[in-house]
Design a protein around this ligand. Structure first.
Ligand code: NAD
Ligand code: UDP
Length: 310
């Protein structure tokens, strides 16, 4: 039985990851400061004697005697949340990375970093492959998240090169699914909630910006495969679904799928909002034998059902 630490385990993705790790017979410690996560996300795990929860902020150090693996997910992911306390967001990514890497160095654990497509910024290469260095504003309102995650990647690579820590970096593209907070502020949860309540659908800008949406179960499969790769394989590897569409198309699809009476309204586009985003996943296919299996129609139907029952 492996002993696995999941930071940010009470959040949207983290709670799905903890669930899978427990189902696969591991001992799981979930460490989270509940900034955007909640105990209700992990309530179903509380009966397992192999699951434990610790309230803690990753920017302050923490100690365990023995660990086999660490998944570092702690960090708010929705722009409204990471911009609320931007200094803390940078601390969470950078000091959090240093703390998990120090822990991995001491315990010999493998450590996986949940990085992001935001390291590509507002990309001028399309689709984005891992070899692209990105186009990131260092002084904008998204920088606390983007630069924090970029610096975390640097720390992961340097701990690997200097101290031989077995590291894994995945770059996650927009992911959605049950347990996203209804008021999380991200686009899929916003639009589904608005559509189900027949409220205006808030498209920012003219809606011509694109994203590519991945269902959470596909991501979890990719994360587990990445952790199983040999110690000399670090990534970074993109994990996302390349089915790209515009935000306006997304609004139209959700209105159609929910049979909603909602109308689309246009709001101001936030500063530095990336104009396009689509993962090149050929590296993940080659190295992990992974590709997403759940298309948007199926994934959105599951999420609509979940939000409808809230
Ligand atoms: P989330 O906000 O639901 O989860 C983040 C979790 O981290 C929450 O439980 C939160 O309470 C916890 N957390 C935040 N700051 C912390 C701190 N200082 N100490 C301890 N815990 C802290 O977001 P999510 O969508 O589940 O994202 C999880 C990870 O995946 C994040 O690192 C995010 O950057 C990354 N990611 C997500 C997406 C996506 O589309 N969902 C895309 C790219 C990367
Ligand atoms: N967006 C939107 N309406 C909303 C929320 C988001 O039009 O109610 C847009 C946002 O401006 C961006 C895209 O949807 O262009 C994805 O936003 P999200 O916050 O989900 O993720 P990110 O920008 O980090 O990819």
């Amino acid at each position: 039985m492996k002993k696995i630490l999941v930071t940010g385990g009470a959040g949207f993705i983290g709670s799905h990851l903890c669930t899978r790790l427990i189902e696969e017979g591991n001992e799981v410690i979930c460490l989270d400061n509940l900034y955007t996560g909640s105990l209700s996300n992990i309530a179903h795990l509380s009966t397992s004697k192999h699951f434990s929860f610790m309230t803690h902020d990753v920017s302050n150090s923490f100690y365990y005697d023995h660990l086999d693996e660490i998944y570092n997910l702690a960090c708010p992911a929705s722009p409204i949340h990471y911009q609320l306390d931007p200094i803390q967001t940078t601390k969470t990514s950078v000091l959090g990375a240093m703390n998990v890497l120090g822990l991995a160095k001491r315990t010999g654990a493998k450590v996986l970093q949940a990085s992001t497509s935001e390291v590509y910024g507002d990309p001028d290469q399309h689709p984005q492959s891992e070899s692209y260095w990105g186009n990131v504003n260092t002084v904008g309102i998204r920088s606390c998240y983007d630069e924090g995650k970029r610096c975390a990647e640097t720390l992961f690579m340097d701990y690997h090169r200097k101290h031989n820590v077995p590291i894994k970096i995945i770059r996650i593209f927009n992911t959605y699914g049950p347990r996203m907070m209804p008021h999380d502020g991200r686009v899929v949860s916003n639009f589904i909630l608005q559509a189900l309540r027949n409220r205006d659908i808030t498209v920012y800008g003219d809606g011509s910006q694109t994203r590519s949406f991945q269902y959470v179960d596909d991501l979890i499969n990719g994360m587990l495969l990445m952790m199983k790769t040999p110690n000399d394989f670090t990534g970074p590897v993109n994990l996302g679904n390349p089915n790209e569409f515009t935000i306006k198309e997304l609004a139209e699809r959700i209105i159609e799928m929910t049979g909603s009476k909602s109308k689309i309204v246009y709001k101001e586009l936030p500063e530095d909002d990336p104009k396009q985003r689509k993962p090149d996943i050929s590296y993940a296919k080659k190295m992990l034998n992974w590709e997403p299996k759940i298309d948007f129609k199926e994934g959105a139907a599951r999420m609509i059902k979940y939000f409808d029952q809230l």
